[in-house]
Ligand binder design. Structure first.
Ligand code: FES
Length: 68
């Protein structure tokens, strides 16, 4: 089993569960609280990109996610 899991949230973000490093375009690392999961915006409307800020719930984002 993988140490990191990526969960595709229906009509919502990509949730990453497990220890990861996230770096910006300059190579600087984002601070992530230890033991927390991280959600990346998939709708393009977040004011806190690359992270989800919940805006997808109000902007009509639709992206059902079922593995086939
Ligand atoms: S997916 Fe949540 S704000 Fe974009």
């Amino acid at each position: 089993m993988a140490d990191v899991k990526v969960q595709i949230r229906g009509n919502g973000p990509l949730r990453v569960i497990g220890e990861i490093e996230i770096i910006d375009q300059s190579g600087n690392q984002y601070a992530i609280p230890e033991g927390q999961w991280v959600s990346f915006c998939r709708c393009g409307q977040s004011d806190n990109k690359p992270f989800c800020d919940g805006t997808h719930q109000d902007c009509g984002f639709e992206a059902p996610s079922e593995a086939k």
